[in-house]
Ligand binder design. Structure first.
Ligand SMILES: Cc1ncc(COP(=O)(O)O)c(C=O)c1O
Length: 286
């Protein structure tokens, strides 16, 4: 991964190493940080900042709920993205904002005032066509009653990491987690949709499913295209009944899913999946 030479750090664009936390920071030891993931698309001659305001609002809200109060508002963060983009080569980039603690703290301390914020960028490839192979993970999705999954708390992402690691080691691209009730939840960092007779089915937001912005966009786009869409519980035993599947997220965009465990689908050729992908891409090529 080649991260940007420069980062927006506490209001200024600086060499990214200036944003490094102390080795004794409780962000490093306890995972006390909140982050987000956004994409700035380079479209021929201009940046298209995809749902950037929505991402920054989510980031700002999550940081506040984790007592990582930022002295910068959403508008200042959006200005910071502009400053960062000005330093980048003209190609599509993933932007990672993070609110964290740089000071040495080690032990639990609440009421800490030293919150820093940083945004850096990583170049990415867009519009990837290949289908994704998913493992049905033995790693259970962290319960929202343990850690609220609507804030992207860094420490909670050890859960996604363990799911992803197990899947990659077994030769899959990613893993799909069940919740504690044994229902299909989501992939390690993407939401899932299934197709049944041209109807889209996605796990309902039961608290354990991350309310992804891409998920919400696809739901809006499906409704606008008169595609029937159902948010409901999805049991692993139903997987063979579906015709196709897709996963979605800001970084992964929309990708066909060719299998979950030993259930296979020709998702890349499914007309509903193709429609969803085409419509999503139209919204990013603006
Ligand atoms: C656990 C998890 N699920 C789903 C998603 C997809 O969310 P979004 O579409 O907002 O990127 C993400 C990415 O942020 C995630 O971390």
């Amino acid at each position: 991964m080649k991260m940007s030479e420069r980062a927006w750090f506490n209001g200024q664009v600086v060499p990214h190493h200036s944003a490094d936390p102390s080795v004794a920071s409780n962000t490093l030891h306890l995972g006390i940080a909140v982050f987000d993931g956004c994409v700035a698309y380079w479209n021929d001659d201009h940046w298209h900042q995809h749902l950037m305001r929505e991402h920054m609002e989510r980031f700002h809200r999550g940081a506040a709920r984790m007592d990582l109060a930022l002295p910068w508002g959403v508008e200042e963060l959006l200005d910071g993205v502009h400053l960062l983009l000005d330093t980048l080569p003209r190609r599509t980039h993933y932007i990672r904002p993070i609110a964290y603690r740089t000071a040495p703290e080690v032990f639990f301390s609440v009421d800490v005032e030293s919150t820093s914020a940083c945004m850096f960028a990583v170049p990415i490839t867009r519009d990837v066509d290949g289908a994704v192979r998913c493992q049905l993970s033995s790693v259970e999705r962290v319960r929202h009653t343990a850690i609220d999954v609507t804030w992207k708390v860094s420490g909670a992402y050890a859960n996604s990491y363990l799911c992803e690691r197990e899947a990659r080691r077994a030769g899959f691209d990613t893993g799909v987690m069940l919740n504690s009730a044994g229902l299909i939840c989501e992939a390690s960092s993407s939401n899932l949709f299934f197709v049944a007779d041209r109807t889209l089915v996605t796990p309902r937001l039961d608290g354990d499913v991350f309310p992804g912005l891409t998920r919400a966009l696809l739901i809006d786009q499906a409704r606008a295209a008169d595609i029937t869409l159902v948010e409901r519980d999805v049991h692993p035993a139903e997987l063979p009944n579906f015709d196709a599947a897709l996963l979605c997220g800001t970084l992964s965009e929309v990708r066909p899913v060719s299998c979950i465990g030993d259930v296979n689908w020709p998702s890349a050729d499914d007309p509903t999946v193709r429609h969803v992908i085409d419509r999503f891409r139209r919204s990013t090529h603006r």
